[in-house]
Design a protein around this ligand. Sequence first.
Ligand code: COA
Ligand code: NAP
Length: 267
Amino acid sequence: MQIDLDFTGRHVVVFGGTTGINLGIAHAFARQGARLTVASRKPENVDAAVAALRQHGGEVQGVSADVRDFDAVGAAFARSAEAFGPIDVLVSGAAGNFLCAAKDMSANGFKVVVDIDLLGTFHVLRQAHAHLRRPGASVINITAPQSVVPMRYQAHASAAKAGVDQLTRALALEWGGEGIRLNGISPGPIDGTEGFRKLMAPTPEDREFARRQVPLQRFGGLDDIANLALFLGSSYAGYISGAVIPCDGGGALESVKPALEAAGAAL
Ligand code: COA
Ligand code: NAP
């Protein structure tokens, strides 16, 4: 069976969509004909992403906004809806992270990750709500494996992403009646990304250690996540809501750990 994933003319917004996994998702929708809005903090990232996405030939606009700023997020959605109309697919994936033992973490260090990942996701969903196509919109929150299996030196991100998953489920309950679906994607280790470099594989030895733990014996690529996003954004996923789906080569079954954590080493 040929799967039809034509998004021609449909409006897709990717918040935190200017680098890495989320930019990979934006590229996939752009290749399928979508009109794209991408947003993140740094204007240079926004400009670079817009230029790269325009190479697919479709309409693209970029907006600079920090997800911690509720009003700035609202202004970004007002602009995107004015240009491209109701939102068919919203991807919320802005995140910040670093390795730090909880006993050494400042209150502000914990807060900054919760503010970006959890409060930021709420800001994005709350401000998007009025602009979502109803019925029919698909919302995809990008989460992480530590939302389920906690990781050492990741107390902040584990707590924040667990909150993101419950937000996904709670709003799937509240917005289902409006014909809006919400789901989460939980990527495993995705090669070539900032999160992977920072957390999982700072050295070649760490990299090999992590690879061997993935049941499929390979890291993910940007397209692995983007393909799932295309599916969740499409009508093929029309009866899927409130699900948080691992896309991790089976990693969730055994909890892929960074070498640092597996060794029980202190930071
Ligand atoms: N270890 C311990 N604490 C750290 C830290 C680290 N590696 N990096 C930052 N912090 C602390 C800071 O010390 C500060 O706390 P303090 O005021 O008590 O000193 C707090 O976190 C905020 O840091 P700041 O640099 O002001 O935050 P920011 O808003 O400029 O940047 C980050 C946010 C720290 C999350 C930054 O890493 C970022 O922008 N990340 C986005 C990219 C990313 O992480 N991608 C991977 C996604 S999985
Ligand atoms: P990344 O390249 O750093 O992507 C993060 C994006 O969010 C960037 O576009 C960044 O752009 C934006 N962003 C960060 N802080 C922001 C803020 N305050 N306001 C608005 N935008 C902000 O990292 P990545 O590794 O691809 O991760 C993408 C997502 O996948 C994250 O949600 C992460 O938790 C998840 N994930 C990644 C992996 C992995 O292997 N990489 C595994 C599991 C889960 P600006 O800097 O311009 O703001």
